[in-house]
Write a protein that binds this ligand. Structure first.
Ligand SMILES: *Cc1c(COP(=O)(O)O)cnc(C)c1O
Ligand code: SF4
Length: 390
């Protein structure tokens, strides 16, 4: 599985290179209707039905760049971006707001679940609408864009909540806002003394890498430390353009992490995750989380069992640099927050002798350290399949 080369759908072959590289042109020329999509992609009946059924709810939109990466019906790019009739399936435990984000909102556009971190929603639009989006209840609905007064209320709350040190700026995709708006938002967050770290959560490096241009990085670097959380899911998204976007961010001091989401038949195998993560690390982006897909209504057909994520982690350890291995996280439905899971490697325990299996299933014994007076360790078996609050 090799990363993808520069590509352009034949419909746009006559467009000058500078125009193609202009993110404003890419946004203006997004494909958002069945009529526009039909001549570009040979749709399956299930996709056509999916688009018709979804009309009026969670819309679809695809940049010419992202569309150019598509291949046959099983293509991982296509399955993330083109609606499918399976989105209409309903299973009893699915939810509209699985993470109870609305309940954890002290003010409408802020989610504050953990003491030291808060998540601010600054827009509900994105270049491409991912079919597995957790926030599809809101995302894509331009009429629900945060009002100025809501942002004011959020910044007031942040200013009087000194426990918050890390502010995630999310959406939608915050990079849907112009540089000047982002600059003003980050400056406003920076003016709050107890906020130490800013994080921009964006899928633009994947769906519209042209957006990460020189003006963007030069404007926003003024607010460092700014971390960027992005969302690559498959090596088919690993193009030279995407690589350049990641490099430009790193060159300008942004620390970039990737949050992939496990998706059935798209990336739920070790070889795909390995190829993706090797490419990311080479482009100075650290795999941060591998997420279990949230139980959002309309995504049942994309979800994998939790065991698939554990099996992938088990296969990667020993195969792949620790730099390229993310944490496997499940965001607990109902607002429990994130937990991380690891494969169980403890085979048995005899007194202080702990026997573990390695990545090749060979067994090795480690003799545990003795308890000390002020040890913080608890007596008993280390919980190798431990969960800790994220
Ligand atoms: C995921 C999340 C965060 C960030 O969590 P990290 O584990 O620090 O990346 C913060 N707030 C909310 C509400 C979240 O869902
Ligand atoms: S970019 Fe993020 S917020 Fe936008 S549709 Fe995709 S997953 Fe949802």
């Amino acid at each position: 599985m090799t990363p993808t080369q520069r590509r352009r759908h034949s419909a746009w072959s006559e467009i000058p290179a500078a125009t193609w590289a202009d993110w404003r042109w890419q946004l203006r020329n997004r494909v958002t209707t069945l009529e526009a999509l039909e001549p570009l992609v040979e749709l399956t009946p299930e996709e056509r039905e999916g688009i018709r059924a979804r009309r009026g709810s969670f819309p679809f939109a695809i940049t010419p760049y992202y569309l150019s990466l598509m291949e046959g019906p099983d293509c991982p790019v296509r399955r993330q971006a083109i609606p499918h009739i399976d989105e209409m399936q309903r299973v009893p435990w699915d939810m509209v707001d699985p993470l109870a984000e609305e309940e954890h909102s002290p003010v409408s556009v802020l989610s504050h679940r953990y003491p030291d971190r808060a998540l601010l929603y600054v827009t509900h639009t994105c270049p491409v609408y991912c079919r597995h989006c957790t926030r599809q209840r809101k995302v894509g609905d331009a009429s629900s864009a945060p009002a100025r007064s809501e942002l004011d209320a959020a910044f007031d709350y942040l200013a009087r909540t000194p426990s918050v040190r890390d502010l995630l700026i999310s959406g939608g995709d915050p990079l849907s806002l112009p540089d000047a708006r982002l600059d003003a938002l980050l400056a406003r967050a920076r003016a709050i003394e107890h906020i130490e770290v800013l994080r921009l959560c964006t899928r633009n490096p994947v769906t519209l890498p042209q957006r990460i241009d020189q003006a963007f990085v030069e404007t926003l670097r003024a607010h460092h430390p700014v971390y960027v959380s992005t969302h690559f899911n498959h090596p088919a998204e690993c193009t030279p353009e995407a690589g350049e976007a990641l490099e430009r961010l790193a060159d300008h001091g942004f620390n970039v992490g990737n949050q992939m989401v496990l998706l059935r038949g798209i990336n739920d195998d070790p070889a795909t995750v390995e190829a993706l993560n090797r490419w990311l690390v080479r482009h100075r982006c650290r795999p941060y989380y591998m997420f279990q897909c949230d139980p959002v209504e309309g995504t049942a057909h994309l979800r994998t069992p939790v065991s698939a994520g554990l099996r992938i982690l088990d296969a990667l350890r020993g195969q792949l640099s620790g730099l390229a291995i993310p944490q496997f996280a499940v965001d607990l439905p109902g607002g429990g927050g994130k937990i991380t899971l690891t494969p169980d490697r403890l085979v048995r325990r005899a007194g202080r002798a702990l026997t573990f299996r390695d990545h090749q299933d060979r067994e090795f014994t480690y003799v545990d350290g003795a308890q000390s007076e002020n040890s913080c360790a608890e007596e008993g078996v280390p919980r190798s399949a431990h969960s800790k609050p994220a």
